[in-house]
Design a protein around this ligand. Structure first.
Ligand SMILES: Nc1nc2c(ncn2[C@@H]2O[C@H](COP(=O)(O)OP(=O)(O)OP(=O)(O)O)[C@@H](O)[C@H]2O)c(=O)[nH]1
Length: 209
């Protein structure tokens, strides 16, 4: 059977427990939001196909547990990702302060040349905000990352942030892809996942922010 995509790549969500990583992923792939917090145990993943620059990109997104006790397991997945989404909760200064630690873990355990973006989630909770948007912007600049404030609850900037990271990964590997005569899967064969479980995409709601 012909492949339904041109390239397959892997992104990883990182951040403290409760910042909304699972909700961001569920909103992006299934357009769903759950108000309960069921902590991720270790790692989980979902898939979605995007079309970028005429290339059909199948994105596998790994959702990692924020809880400290799973860190040994989750770090084993870092080397298999090309892109990282570092997430904090705008109502939690602590989760924002911990971004420094998540970023240094990426530096230590991920491959060179990985792409990263910073996401301040729960932007709908303006009345409980503890982290000004400018602080998020400033931190992102310090690390040379792009920055998005999102809400998994209202579907604000979800598509934009995941799509942008995917674009950054594709662009970062463009030279090598060309060198492999367009066969990005040869270059990124560490991400080749034929046979792994796929899930259907669902359409996105328009951004409410
Ligand atoms: N108001 C609001 N609540 C959110 C948002 N995103 C997630 N939440 C809530 O925050 C809580 C934690 O969300 P999760 O997605 O389970 O958090 P997580 O980062 O995956 O947590 P771990 O799996 O423990 O690492 C849940 O009660 C969600 O409903 C958001 O954008 N706005």
């Amino acid at each position: 059977m012909a492949k339904q995509y041109d390239v397959l790549l892997r992104l990883l969500l990182l951040g403290d427990s409760g910042v909304g990583k699972t909700c961001l992923l569920c909103r992006f792939t299934d357009n769903e939001f759950h108000s309960s917090h069921i902590s991720t145990l270790g790692v989980d993943f979902k898939m979605k196909t995007l079309k970028i620059d005429g290339i059909k990109v199948r994105v596998q997104i790994w959702d990692t547990a924020g809880q400290e006790r799973y860190q040994t397991i989750t770090k084993q997945y870092y080397r298999r990702a090309q892109g990282f989404i570092l997430v904090y909760d705008i109502t939690s200064s602590r989760s924002f302060q911990h971004i420094v630690k998540w970023a240094s873990d990426v530096d230590e355990f991920a491959l060179d040349k990985v792409q990263r973006i910073l996401v301040g989630n729960k932007a709908d909770e303006e009345q409980k905000r503890k982290v000004p948007k400018e602080q998020g912007n400033k931190l992102a600049k310090t690390y040379g990352m792009e920055f998005f404030e999102t809400s998994a609850c209202t579907n604000c900037n979800i598509n934009e942030s995941f799509t942008r990271l995917t674009e950054l990964v594709l662009h970062a590997h463009k030279k090598e892809m060309d060198a492999f005569q367009g066969s990005i899967n040869k270059y990124l064969d560490m991400t080749y996942l034929e046979g792994e479980q796929d899930k259907e995409d669902n359409s996105q709601k328009a951004c409410a922010c």
